[in-house]
Design a binder for this molecule. Structure first.
Ligand SMILES: NC(=O)c1ccc[n+]([C@@H]2O[C@H](COP(=O)([O-])OP(=O)(O)OC[C@H]3O[C@@H](n4cnc5c(N)ncnc54)[C@H](OP(=O)(O)O)[C@@H]3O)[C@@H](O)[C@H]2O)c1
Length: 286
């Protein structure tokens, strides 16, 4: 059985659904915080069990019988991520899991400007030290996050953000396909994968230009200082941890931490990955 955590979230839900189309649904399980939210997965024949990263006993139960565990990284703002990942890895060992596939990130590094990258690097070290075979999917930066960083530019015609750098924004849908390929065709990768990215890296100025072209309205890129951007988030009541993550993203992209473009994702999914333009087209048609 393959057990997927975070299956009430965007990535984990789609992976559980796609997996149940590729292998018998009875061979797929999910570990979720709220089993009621996973009723649709149960209706497909997927095993649904309660599992919370802060409750090791629940994880031992929800991982029971798993040969592979798909470990969706916990959100960086949701408590101590590393303790949560440690609990999940320990529970996988206790449950006799023989392989963990973990959602890491391109540019995972303990010296990154972007705080979540330091957690991913530390989790990869934990996985290495666990002695369990593992694959760490170095996922590209979500294109949906890029759209979030646009703020209300589509309404105001101004994309206001600090100086940034190119990012190989990558679509959830492509990362889901890649994850399913890695889970169902075992042995393709040991340890961290190459960066799983779209085929081009664009900065906020280029995103504004694409949005202008697609909407037929001028969307100007306005660069503000780090201090002013931070102050505007604080003024809106944004929690400090979120402010630091957002600012870290601009510093990291400026340092080209997310600029790499790699063909591995295209090879894994057998087609050209969606670009930021494709994702924006889909967003505008909503
Ligand atoms: N590649 C990137 O650019 C990028 C960007 C942002 C985040 N990420 C990482 O990618 C992960 C998956 O992305 P996504 O889009 O699927 O995010 P998402 O929709 O927010 O899903 C995250 C999942 O993690 C679960 N979770 C959080 N805390 C947990 C805990 N203590 N115990 C058990 N489960 C817990 C959530 O459970 P509930 O459904 O119960 O809330 C949710 O199902 C994120 O969690 C984050 O670590 C990557």
């Amino acid at each position: 059985m393959i057990v997927v955590t975070g299956a009430n979230g965007k990535l984990g839900r789609a992976i559980a659904e796609r997996l149940s189309e590729r292998i018998p649904a009875s061979e797929v399980g999910v570990s979720v915080r709220d089993v009621e939210n996973a009723a649709a997965l149960r209706a497909r024949g997927i095993r649904v069990r309660q599992g919370t990263f802060t409750d090791p006993a629940s994880l031992r139960d929800s991982f029971e019988g798993a040969s592979q565990l798909f470990l969706v990284s916990s959100g960086t703002t949701a408590g101590d991520t590393l303790i949560q990942h440690r609990n999940a890895i320990d529970a996988a060992l206790a449950a006799g899991v023989r392989r963990i596939v973990y959602t890491s990130h391109m540019g995972a590094s303990d010296t990154s400007h972007f705080p979540p990258m330091r957690n991913h690097a530390a989790t990869e070290t934990m996985l290495r030290e666990s002695g369990l075979p593992f694959t760490s999917l170095r996922n590209g930066f979500y294109a949906s996050a890029g759209i979030m960083f646009m703020g209300n530019a589509l309404e105001t015609g101004k994309l206001i953000a600090p100086e940034d750098g190119p990012v190989s924004w990558t679509a959830h849908a492509d990362l889901v396909e890649a994850a399913v390929a890695v889970l169902t065709e075992e042995g393709r990768f040991e340890g961290p994968t190459p960066p799983l990215t779209s085929s081009s890296a664009v900065d906020m100025t280029e995103i504004a230009a694409i949005a202008s072209e697609l909407t037929g309205r001028a969307i100007d890129r306005v660069i503000v200082s780090d201090e002013d951007y931070r102050a505007s988030m604080v003024a809106r009541g944004t929690p400090e941890v979120v402010v630091n993550i957002a600012m870290g993203m601009f510093l990291a992209s400026r340092a080209r931490e997310f600029a790499a473009v790699d063909p591995t994702l295209e090879k894994l999914i057998g087609r050209r990955p969606l670009s930021m333009r494709d994702v924006l087209v889909a967003q505008l048609s909503k």
